[in-house]
Design a binder for this molecule. Sequence first.
Ligand code: HEM
Length: 416
Amino acid sequence: MLTICVFLVLIILIFLAYLDTKKPNNFPPGPKWFPIIGCAWQFHKLQLKTGLIAKASEELALKYGSLVGVRIGCSRIVFVYGLRATQELLTRDDLQNRPDGVFYTSRTWGKRRGLMFVDSEFWREQKQFVLKQIGFSKEKMAHSIGKEVQCIIDDIKREVKDGKGEGLFEMSDLFGVPILSALWTLMVGDEYAKDVKEMEALEVIVKDLFGNTRMIGALFQHFPFLRYICPKYCGYNEYKTVDKMKTTYNSNTTRGFIDSYLHEQLAAIGLDLLFAGYETTSKILSLSFLYLLLHPVIKKKAQEEIDKIVGRNRLPTLDDRPLLYYIEAILLEATRLFVGSALALPRMTVADCNFNGLGKRRCIGESLAKAHMFLICTALLHTFNFEAIPTDPPVVAFRDGFVPSVGPFRGKITLR
Ligand code: HEM
């Protein structure tokens, strides 16, 4: 009897495993699926070979076409490749919703909250609310970054002085905390500004979170059971750390369901703005300085232009922006490299896609990011000289994260 039962269970398991390899009707072409893991193994191998998710998906697209269907664990994912397909994805009304699941909700206490990963009427209302309430005016943007710019300059000056006139800096680390602080101040106002130590602690949390997340999600999303077996390895612990950030909002004042709901939604929007703004702006800024280290002639021209338009006795302001052609061009090139590497479209231009998205889900922080990048880049070029270190030359090598970034690189900074 026992043998028959075991045999039957085995048959059922084999049948279920077989069903797990079947693709849904009309699912785009892609690699073969295995039970439980889908095509995670093949994709992992491609990622190791190419070094980037965008490159791995490009290889698949060259084999299967501009739409590729894969399954990583329990997540079905469709990659879109090429300019036309990307434009269509960004602008088609029926493709504007966002995925659901543990990965998207564990950031926001198990519920669908915030702005980036919500849909439909709720998303529309929240987006309008944020745009209306935050309203990135020129004065607000200049104010939120002004204090940070002075802090970066003072910190660099101190180290340059300690280094007897020159400092060797890890450049990819320079901009995270100032950008995070500026976004924080913009959201909560000067009254609730946090000190550098608190901001550094916040950056550690955000960095850990992004470090364990890829554009196609985190490991615990594709294999949810890993949350219980190895929560640290699969990246789940970092998401739970975000829980702690919720305590920033005073729960003692929560009077009931509506208050508690509002607190959660407000905190979730705050997290979305911090995350979306921090990761992109700070990474593009470090990429801009990598570009400047690699192109000293362009750097010199940008500095000469700043000297001519702004003069040596004041820092540049947003009013100088239309006249500083080189800075705009450098930041645009860095943004193009950044977005191009995320989409595996190295030659895309602003006219093709706009680097801050197209259509209804378009970025709300475009003007803010551009203002912050402009003010930091011009102030630093105005005050310092940046050079590559001959024994440790920088290289442009992207690596994966929630969005791609360049690896660590060092530069020599001296006072001008
Ligand atoms: C240069 C820096 C930035 C780049 C390249 C960038 C890029 C993008 C892109 C391409 C999208 C569209 C994503 C999609 O279609 O799903 C987007 C959405 C978004 N961005 Fe940005 N972004 C930047 C800075 C910022 C900043 C500073 C903030 C906030 C202060 C921000 C907040 C958001 C939000 C909330 C969304 C989601 C909008 C929605 O779902 O409707 N971004 N961003």
